[in-house]
Design a protein. Structure first.
Ligand SMILES: *Cc1c(COP(=O)(O)O)cnc(C)c1O
Length: 408
């Protein structure tokens, strides 16, 4: 439970509510925990897509071995932030524009190439710039993944190149003025079961081994993806890293024989940042409508689409949400029992629907939530909001101000 004094101080720093606050120490601790669980030789990358807030990216840059970007904008941010020397930059994403490809060539990124069109354009951009771009092929493996929150590989997908087409694409690559670098996999996201993660890692490894027989040169980078999940909802449990750790120890041993020149890479998005972020709103209004209580906040789906349940979820479920009574302003004439002096256990609760300020029924951040009785000015804190929050929300919708973001 966050104290209202802490939230008040954060709100003062942010200048207003609603705002996102990211706990840098929490992110750093998370990277350290990941590193402790993985073999030392496995490189840890951060996928900027999960949270591209520049001060946060800056703080993460010193902790990881590389960034994965998926647009020209993310590439520009990575270049501003990445430490010099030996820092990995991978560039994935379908539909890379010619402009993005040229920027990538100039920055000497490792292209995670998603199609033949892209391969040819990377080669042409290299010729134009007088360099040989480094190209890994992003592979869409042939198996269906069960147990992932979102599937991005297996079956027909717009991401990567189907594994059965890869040998042919490798033949084409061999004839082009590019440097073959290796393979990239990213087939699923938000996996909470260690058995799913392990099966995926092993399958991708075996697939890379098979495909490497067709490669025009040694694999120098083998990116086995990630997709490590975090528990958002009641009943979900954190991913058990220990079987994943055992699996990666086995794979790194195998790789000394199978891929002696390769760096093994894993890329993490939400796993590093989700838990370290909170979205803080204030209660603007409350109303009763035909037996239901609605608590209306100053923040909503335009800042936090995921908490409203519209970012790929099938069923809307409540993110972890707490209501923190505001400190009574001096001289507000409120009873002495009001505000932070009341221990949380002593507060009566009620079942509410938590809505935002948008004029659409989609703007619901919590339903059938059991919260302390909410009053105007109270804080509402949405946890697990460090990934796919501000960046993945329709901030233009209804023309309210955009979200403020700060570091804690
Ligand atoms: C989105 C994405 C990630 C990060 O996914 P998380 O679920 O946040 O870990 C990593 N790599 C690629 C290629 C992606 O598209």
């Amino acid at each position: 439970m966050t104290s209202s004094a802490t939230l008040q101080a954060l709100a003062t720093r942010a200048g207003r509510t609603p705002f996102y606050v990211y706990d840098v120490a929490g992110v750093k601790a998370r990277v350290a925990a990941v590193r402790a669980a993985l073999p030392a030789s496995v490189r840890v990358h951060y996928a900027l897509k999960a949270n591209p807030f520049p001060p946060l990216v800056q703080a993460i840059a010193g902790e990881v071995d590389g960034f994965d970007v998926a647009s020209g904008g993310e590439l520009a941010l990575a270049l501003e932030t990445a430490p010099a020397g030996g820092f990995g930059l991978g560039f994935a994403g379908p539909g890379k524009s010619l402009e993005d490809i040229r920027a990538g060539v100039k920055a000497d990124v490792l292209f995670q190439c998603e199609s033949r069109r892209e391969l040819r354009e990377i080669a042409a951009a290299g010729v134009r710039a007088g360099v040989r771009p480094r190209v890994a092929l992003r592979v869409n493996p042939a198996f269906e993944l069960r147990g992932a929150g979102q599937r991005m590989g297996g079956g027909p997908r717009p991401f990567g190149i189907d594994s059965e087409q890869v040998p042919e694409v490798l033949r084409e690559l061999a004839a082009l003025p590019v440097e073959f670098a290796g393979f990239h996999f990213y087939a699923g996201s938000q996996m909470l079961e260690a058995t799913t993660v392990v099966a995926l890692l092993e399958h991708c490894y075996d697939c890379a081994l098979e495909l490497s027989r067709h490669a025009p040169g040694p694999v120098r980078e083998l990116n086995l993806g990630g997709g490590f999940g975090v528990p958002y909802f009641a009943g979900e449990r954190p991913l058990d890293l220990s079987p994943v750790s055992d699996c990666l120890h086995r794979l790194t041993v195998r790789a000394t024989v199978d891929f002696p020149e390769a760096a093994l890479v894993l890329e993490f998005g939400r796993y590093l940042v989700a838990e370290a972020g909170r979205y803080v709103m204030r209660v603007v209004d409350r109303k009763r409508s035909r037996g239901k209580t609605f608590v209306v906040c100053d923040g909503g789906m335009h800042h936090h689409l995921a908490a409203a349940g519209h970012l790929g979820q099938v069923l809307r479920r409540n993110f972890p949400i707490e209501l923190v009574k505001a400190i009574a302003p001096v001289g507000a004439g409120l009873p002495a029992t009001f505000g932070s002096k009341v221990p949380p256990t002593a507060l009566a609760t009620e079942s509410v629907t938590l809505c935002g300020p948008l004029c659409t029924p989609l703007d619901v951040l919590g339903d059938r939530l059991e919260l302390p009785i909410a009053e105007e000015g109270d804080f509402v804190v949405v946890g697990m909001s460090g990934a796919y929050g501000a960046t993945a929300s329709p901030r233009g919708f209804l023309s309210h101000p955009g979200p403020v973001e700060i570091l804690a």
